[in-house]
Design a protein around this ligand. Structure first.
Ligand SMILES: Cc1cc2nc3c(=O)[nH]c(=O)nc-3n(C[C@H](O)[C@H](O)[C@H](O)COP(=O)(O)OP(=O)(O)OC[C@H]3O[C@@H](n4cnc5c(N)ncnc54)[C@H](O)[C@@H]3O)c2cc1C
Length: 542
């Protein structure tokens, strides 16, 4: 029996564990950090894990906070934002579907990550930074204590080690959550399958209509986006990978679709033929290059607690995961790892963590549940071309106003920021919950009619402005001012959406008018989606 003592032992060396180690290393150059990972390295490219698409926070965390930009720019792919195609006819002509997406890269970048390639790079970086990365280490047990103790099997040998801090990054194995009885059922019941094809599948090639193709030449190809094919209760993803493969996924919520209808490659292809025949036909052309097929039932997971003053923590899917629709997994890794790095650094440099660990745990969960209402019970709206594009835009703007803005401004662990802006944060959160209920009500009371054309996000000033401001360097005074403006702007937008819908919400929200600059910001969307009988004047019509 060998033994070693670490300051920090991380259970599981996937995305969350490897990035946490690198972030802690930045703050503590001499800390003894160990990562125990069951799988053998290097990991295979393409057919490794899901979590390939990043949005602004995750992208900022990887590229800027962890300093991995060079690898990402050279070895991975840029992402031309999120792109959505809404139902039209039998979904056999992509050019007939209402499209929501940009024609230019947004100021705040995002990326498509081949997970095998990325984790191999992260592990190499860890080794180069004197982080002990032990692969083929199958963790068997652990005990929370002072110090904590972990036992794992490696090459047939049982090894026990002690550590001051222990962080669970083992994803669904969820060591700490299970051991401490912290599991919590998620009300969101949804399932997914995915597979990788060793070829590029480009939506750009699905139509030879020159007008439809215009503006997407070269590096502006639509295939650089995370493409979402939308339908009632489901969406299908198409994500390109730097290794040349394409990741394809079907995500569908109960009760609209049952996993047993698409949980093998044959059934998934039959399901695609029914709901997304054009996609099915394009995938079929490359079935010889099928690289894997995986399914997950009921992927939403929650935890009663994620950080403790007893020097343990949980990050990644070992704690919370709600839904992949807006690719938020990496964002929540960034949030958890940033809180944990702050706690571990404070503790190892002799500062207190009791109040902070309690506060961070509460804030993390508030952010999680604030985001959860965006997905929970909302899959029924996904195929509605009137309501869903408006919801998508609202969801973006809330994300860039609240969690995205706080994180990218580097203020996630700043107590004074919360004290100064608490009422505004709560108000934004309440408006969002209210609007999520409203979108559902609007959907239930509307009769969806087909809409066509393009809602070009690159041309919407409000999208550009909110996105650009993520990158600006605001001092705390400016931050609070912008935050206040955001609350007013979102409130204006909220009432514009409600007024446009013509509905009176079942549950009232106090009306307060603001004369501000975003009035009319959604006019083009309403024109494209809400008045199909009028001539189509989407931001860009075809
Ligand atoms: C369908 C679906 C789609 C998703 N799409 C996205 C997306 O597009 N973008 C996004 O950001 N997120 C996405 N996510 C979330 C994404 O999966 C997570 O962001 C990310 O993979 C979680 O990283 P992790 O480190 O927690 O888990 P992992 O990367 O899986 O790491 C956990 C590690 O623990 C190790 N481990 C397990 N048991 C043991 C043991 N006994 N001993 C030692 N090691 C062990 C495993 O080998 C593994 O390497 C998606 C999730 C789902 C379900």
């Amino acid at each position: 029996m060998k033994s070693a003592t670490s300051d920090l032992t991380i259970l599981g060396g996937g995305l969350a564990g490897l990035t946490l180690a690198l972030q802690v290393r930045q703050q503590l150059p001499t800390a003894r950090i160990t990562i125990l990972e069951k799988r053998k390295h290097p990991a295979p490219e393409a057919a490794h894990k899901v979590g390939e698409s990043s949005v602004e926070v995750g992208a900022h965390y990887f590229a800027s906070v962890l300093g991995l930009k060079e690898h990402i720019v050279n070895e991975q792919l840029p992402k031309l934002g999120l792109r959505f195609f809404f139902p039209s006819g039998d979904n056999s002509r992509i050019e007939d579907r209402l499209e929501v997406g940009g024609r230019r890269y947004a100021p705040a970048p995002s990326y498509q990550l081949d997970r095998g390639r990325f984790e191999n790079h992260l592990a190499e970086r860890c080794l180069a930074e004197d982080i002990r990365f032990v692969d083929e280490a199958n963790i068997k047990s652990f005990a929370i204590g002072r110090p904590h103790e972990v036992t794992y099997l490696r090459n047939g040998e049982s090894i026990s080690e002690t550590s001051r801090w222990i962080v669970d990054a083992s994803s669904r194995r969820a060591f700490i959550k299970r051991e401490l009885g912290l599991e919590k059922d998620s009300p969101h019941v949804s399932n997914a399958v995915w597979f990788r094809i060793g070829k590029r599948i480009r939506v750009d090639d699905w139509s030879d209509d020159p007008e439809w193709q215009q503006g997407h030449e070269g590096e502006l190809g639509r295939w650089y986006s995370t493409n979402h094919l939308m339908g009632k209760g489901y969406w299908v993803w198409l994500i390109p990978l730097g290794s040349g493969s394409t990741s394809v996924g079907i995500v569908a919520a109960e009760p609209h679709h049952s996993l047993s209808d698409f949980n093998s490659i044959d059934k998934a292809m039959a399901w695609l033929e029914t709901h997304e025949p054009q996609c099915a036909a394009k995938v079929r052309e490359h079935m010889d290059d099928l690289q894997d097929f995986l399914a997950i039932k009921n992927y939403s997971v929650e935890s009663k607690q994620v950080f403790s003053a007893d020097r343990w923590g949980i990050t990644g899917e070992a704690g919370f995961f709600h839904d992949p629709f807006y690719s938020p997994g990496s964002d929540f890794i960034a949030f958890a790892n940033t809180f944990l790095t702050n706690l571990i650094t404070r503790d190892l440099t002799g500062r207190g963590i009791r109040i902070r660990s309690f506060a961070y745990d509460r804030i993390f969960k508030k952010f999680y549940y604030g985001t959860a209402s965006v997905y929970h019970d909302q899959y029924q709206i996904f195929g509605n071309p009137q309501v869903m594009p408006v919801k998508v835009l609202w969801d973006y703007l809330i994300y860039w106003s609240l969690t995205g803005f706080i994180y990218m401004q580097g203020r996630m662990c700043e107590q004074t920021m919360y004290m100064r802006n608490l009422r505004k944060i709560i108000k934004l959160g309440n408006m969002n919950h209210f609007m999520q209920d409203f979108f559902r009500e609007w959907h239930q009371k509307s009769t969806p009619t087909e809409a066509h054309g393009l809602i070009n996000l690159s041309e919407m000033p409000i999208i550009k402005k909110f996105n650009e401001q993520l990158l600006e360097d605001f001092n705390s005074h400016q931050f609070s001012r912008i935050f206040k403006e955001r609350v007013q702007q979102m409130e204006t937008l909220m009432w514009e959406i409600i007024d446009e819908s013509g509905l009176t919400p079942d549950v009232p929200f106090p009306r307060k008018e603001h004369a501000d600059t975003v009035k009319g910001a959604f006019e083009h969307i309403f024109a494209a989606t809400n008045r199909p009988s009028e001539p189509l004047v989407a931001v860009e019509s075809r």
